[in-house]
Design a protein around this ligand. Structure first.
Ligand SMILES: [Zn+2]
Length: 210
């Protein structure tokens, strides 16, 4: 099971590159496993990963045993895995459009009904804190309240989902929304759907595609 999960983790990490969600070694990806999580290592390009490079981190005390160090953002992954039962897989990356909005410290409002894909009426932008810090993890966790995705100010994107492929699909969706929103902002101010309509969409999403 562990080996299969490690292979799935690497396959999904490679898809982060091919789908344009990740560049270089800035992204990271984890999946819940055996009282802890399997996470991509710090600073190893995904095309060079093999299953021995994937680090198992004990979520209770943050310890690990591996020749590699876990991603520098392991705290966010650990804290979200601990706080959110619905987080089986967590993806973080710096995709260009989501990150551009994050650098403007702007949330993604209900300019398009698909914003509901992240579970709420908007996709928040967590306040800035230094990468790898506990403060960043705390800010991200708060911005994820009632949501499965958030932006992180002057940094990037964070998504959680029931499995690795769903986390990647969500990241692609949010990045597309960010791109479309930026396109709107370059031409004017998009019309924002009201709360009543977004609540209707959120209700429909509960049964959509199942
Ligand atoms: Zn990052």
């Amino acid at each position: 099971m562990s080996d299969l999960l490690r292979e799935q983790l690497i396959a999904t990490a490679l898809e982060m590159n091919s789908s344009g969600i990740n560049q270089g070694t800035s992204g990271n990806l984890s999946v819940r496993h055996d009282g802890g999580m399997l996470i991509t290592p710090s600073g190893v390009p995904y095309e060079h990963l093999d299953s021995g490079d994937i680090v198992w981190v004990n979520c209770s005390d943050g310890s690990w045993k591996n020749k590699r160090k876990p991603s520098s953002e392991w705290r966010i992954h650990r804290d979200v895995h601990l706080a959110r039962e619905d987080a089986r897989a967590i993806l973080h990356a710096h995709p260009v459009h989501a990150t551009a909005l994050a650098c403007l410290q702007r949330e993604i409002p209900a300019f398009h009904y698909m914003v509901a894909v992240a579970g709420g009426r908007n996709i928040r932008c967590a306040p800035y804190a230094t990468f790898g810090s506990q403060a960043l993890s705390d800010n991200a966790l708060a911005a994820l309240d009632g949501r499965t995705a958030c932006l992180m100010a002057n940094h990037g994107l964070l998504c959680l989902a029931k499995d690795l492929s769903a986390a990647l699909a969500l990241a692609v969706e949010v990045e597309t929304l960010a791109q479309t929103y930026l396109q709107c902002l370059s031409a004017g101010e998009p019309v924002i759907l009201d709360d009543e309509e977004m609540d209707r969409v959120l209700e429909k999403f509960k049964t959509y595609g199942q």
